[in-house]
Design a protein around this ligand. Structure first.
Ligand code: FES
Length: 57
């Protein structure tokens, strides 16, 4: 389970560590540097259809 508060990509509560994979970031809270290593789970997704993200949750 993942804790969620806003579910709109605004608060950052659902942030987790990205281990591997290419992400389409759809949040409004992460900096460009943060996007290299973290993902906002309530809004972001794999960059390509059928893509796989490995996360440390
Ligand atoms: S729950 Fe707020 S950013 Fe995901």
């Amino acid at each position: 389970p993942v804790d969620v508060k806003c579910a709109d990509g605004l608060c950052g509560v659902c942030k987790c560590t990205l281990v591997a994979g290419e992400v389409e970031h759809r949040d409004f809270v992460l900096s460009a540097a943060q996007r290299e290593t973290t993902v906002i789970l309530c809004q972001s997704r794999a960059a390509k259809a059928g893509g796989v993200l490995k996360l440390d949750i």
